[in-house]
Write a protein that binds this ligand. Structure first.
Ligand code: SF4
Ligand code: FES
Length: 248
C-alpha cells in the first residue's frame, strides 16, 4: 500500500504553513503567500544569505530565512516590531554605505532597496553617510556599472552563472574591502559577454547595473513600486519584466 507522505508544518507568527523536504523557510513562506523582507533572495537562484534582511527568530534563535531549511514544528517570529527595527537599521546601513541619491537615480520607483526603506518606515539614514568613491564602468555600449550604488547582494553574480550560463561578475575581497569585479582580463564590462537581455543585467535591486539609454522611462505613478508594494508575493516577474530593456 502506498502511503501519503506525512504533512509537515512550520508555524510563523501564529500561522501554520506546510513545507516539503528541501524547502528553506523562505521557500515555504513564499509558497504560502507569507512575506519575509528580503533583498538578496530571488526565487530560482541559489540563496546566499548576504543582506540579512530576512533574519527571523526560529525557536528563539536568529536565522536567515533564505538559507535555513524548514523543519517540522519550527516556531518562527517574523513580522515583529523588534525584527522590523533591525531590518530598518540594516537598510539604513545599506543606504549610508553607498551613494543612493534616490531623487536623481534612474532606478527610482523601480528600486527594491528604496521600496524596502518605505516598507520599513525608514525616514533617514541615521548613520553618518560614507559617500564612497568606487570605480564606475561605462565601457560597455549598452550596460552601465556604478559600483557606488552596489549593495553586494551578489544577485548579478549568481544570475550570470546559474541562469545566463556566463560568469560575468564576482565579489572580490571581504568585509569592508569587498567589491564587485568583472571577470575579464582588464576588468571591464565591454570585454565580457553580458547582454541587456541577461538576467544579470536586469536583476540588480539598486541602480548599480543599468541598461543605457533607458533612464526614467516610466513617469511617476507608472513605476513598479508606484503600483505594487514590495511585500506582494511573486513581484519578481513584474520586476524583471519592468526592468527589461526594449533592446533585449
Ligand atoms: S551590482 Fe547590483 S546585483 Fe550585483 S551585487 Fe551589486 S547590488 Fe547586487
Ligand atoms: S534575503 Fe536572506 S540574507 Fe538576504
Amino acid at each position: 500500500m502506498v502511503t501519503e507522505p506525512e504533512s509537515k508544518f512550520i508555524r510563523i507568527d501564529d500561522q501554520e504553513i506546510p513545507f516539503v523536504h528541501g524547502q528553506t523557510i523562505m521557500d515555504a513562506t513564499l509558497a504560502a503567500g507569507v512575506y519575509i523582507p528580503h533583498l538578496c533572495h530571488f526565487p530560482g537562484i541559489t540563496p546566499q544569505g548576504n543582506c540579512k534582511l530576512c533574519t527571523v527568530e526560529v525557536d528563539g534563535k536568529p536565522l536567515a530565512a533564505c538559507t535555513s531549511p524548514a523543519a517540522a514544528g519550527q516556531r518562527i517570529r517574523n513580522n515583529t516590531p523588534e525584527l522590523n527595527e533591525s531590518r530598518k537599521a540594516l537598510t539604513q546601513m545599506l543606504f549610508i554605505e553607498g551613494n543612493h541619491i534616490c531623487p536623481s537615480c534612474e532606478k527610482t520607483g523601480n528600486c527594491p532597496l528604496q521600496a524596502m526603506a518605505y516598507h520599513l518606515g525608514m525616514l533617514h539614514g541615521h548613520f553618518p553617510a560614507q559617500f564612497p568613491v568606487r570605480e564606475v564602468d561605462a565601457s560597455h555600449p549598452t550596460i552601465m556599472l556604478d559600483r557606488d550604488r552596489c549593495i553586494l547582494c551578489s544577485l548579478c553574480v549568481r544570475a550570470s552563472r546559474e541562469v545566463d550560463g556566463k560568469n560575468v561578475f564576482a565579489i572580490a575581497g571581504r568585509g569592508t574591502h569587498a567589491s564587485l569585479i568583472v571577470n575579464t582580463a582588464n576588468g571591464k564590462l565591454v570585454d565580457s559577454d553580458i547582454e541587456p537581455s541577461d538576467l544579470a543585467a536586469r536583476i540588480c535591486p539598486v541602480g548599480a547595473i543599468l541598461i543605457k539609454e533607458h533612464g526614467y522611462d516610466a513617469p511617476i505613478g507608472k513605476r513598479i513600486f508606484d503600483q505594487h508594494k514590495i511585500n506582494e508575493i511573486g513581484l519578481e516577474k513584474i520586476y524583471i519584466a519592468g526592468a527589461k530593456s526594449d533592446d533585449s
